[in-house]
Ligand binder design. Structure first.
Ligand SMILES: C[C@](O)(CO)[C@H](O)COP(=O)(O)OP(=O)(O)OC[C@H]1O[C@@H](n2ccc(N)nc2=O)[C@H](O)[C@@H]1O
Ligand SMILES: Nc1ncnc2c1ncn2[C@@H]1O[C@H](COP(=O)(O)OP(=O)(O)OP(=O)(O)O)[C@@H](O)[C@H]1O
Length: 285
């Protein structure tokens, strides 16, 4: 039976502007996503029984609520294989951290099972299915550094120089819904002008989350002593940007023990896509 192991990468929102709120409560955003080389490990194995099982670090999430399961079930109508799937998860990304772990697990499941179950859907079709699972899923399906608009689903490719990041989880789980429904969230940042530069950007959630979660405030102040730093998404992870892995590693070594962090680098193409392409190449040999 076939087995495929993929890394479901983390993302950073290098900036996050909120331009308005739609009638359905969702927010119009402008955000720059970059893919990171670090993520959860998912191993997909075909199984005889036509069911979807998840093993490993499921962290008390009921099966039916796990985004891996929901992604697999969303593909079911397109499947041409008689087999089910067992997904073994090694969770490395903090939940509710703003690094998109759940969304990336879902997108990686769509990519892997699209191949293993011979669904043969295009990336456009997978991104559409992904959007029904979460606003952040399409960017992981496409797997490229991208400028996102709309609720996060209108993606345009964007080229960025490779950078090294120290990503710190302040040990507080920040709820996306809590931030987006908060009355004090700024929601009226003007759209970026033509020819904008990164120094014209910010994260509209950062001041509010710092106020609600003092630990995020402390993390950012600590990181800012070493490098330009910001919060990602709706938090609580914060990232500091460096030109070399060694410089990032030196700061990680000094990280206070009540926080956790990892050093990684940005990737213009998602590691999951590269691994899947390599696996497919081996298959046809
Ligand atoms: C903030 C970001 O992480 C930026 O990358 C994402 O836009 C959030 O993406 P996500 O976690 O995949 O979000 P979803 O699971 O689709 O939505 C969670 C909740 O966030 C709010 N939400 C999300 C995206 C958006 N553009 N506007 C919103 O108001 C809604 O209250 C929604 O109920
Ligand atoms: N496989 C999964 N991994 C992580 N979270 C999952 C998974 N399946 C469901 N969830 C639920 O999704 C919630 C959000 O998880 P996620 O790790 O994507 O948060 P996040 O990093 O803040 O995401 P974002 O940046 O997209 O807001 C979790 O609190 C959890 O209840």
């Amino acid at each position: 039976m076939k087995t495929l192991t993929l890394t479901a990468p983390a993302k950073l929102n290098l900036f996050l502007h909120i331009n308005g709120r739609r009638a359905d409560g969702y927010h119009e955003l402008e955000t720059l996503f970059t893919m990171l080389e670090y993520g959860d490990e998912l191993t997909f194995s075909l199984i005889k029984q036509d069911i979807v099982e998840i093993g490993g670090d499921v962290a008390g999430i009921p099966l039916q609520e796990n985004l891996i399961y929901r992604a697999a079930e969303a593909l079911r109508p397109h499947k041409k294989s008689p087999f089910g799937a067992h997904v073994q998860l090694v969770k490395k990304l903090p939940m509710g951290g703003g690094v998109g772990g759940g969304s990336s697990d879902a997108a990686t499941t769509l990519l892997a099972l699209n191949t293993l179950w011979q669904c043969d859907l295009s990336l456009d079709q997978l991104a559409d299915i992904g959007l029904s699972l979460g606003a952040d899923v399409p960017v992981f399906v496409r797997g490229k550094t991208a400028l996102a608009q709309g609720v996060g689903e209108k993606l345009s490719p964007y080229t960025l120089a490779k950078k090294h990041y120290l990503v710190v989880f302040p040990n507080v789980h920040v709820g996306t819904v809590e931030v987006f429904t908060h009355p004090e969230l700024p929601r009226n940042t003007p759209k970026l002008p033509e020819g904008w530069t990164i120094d014209q950007t910010h994260n509209d959630c950062q001041a509010l989350v710092k106020k609600l979660y003092p630990e995020v405030e402390k993390t950012l102040s600590w990181l800012l002593k070493y490098a330009p730093s910001r919060m990602t998404g709706t938090g609580g992870c914060c990232f500091a940007e460096f030109d070399s892995a060694q410089a990032a590693q030196r700061v990680l070594e000094q990280l206070p023990s009540h926080w956790t962090g990892f050093v990684t680098q940005s990737a213009s193409e998602s590691i999951a896509h590269r691994q899947l392409a390599a696996w497919r190449k081996d298959e046809v040999k």
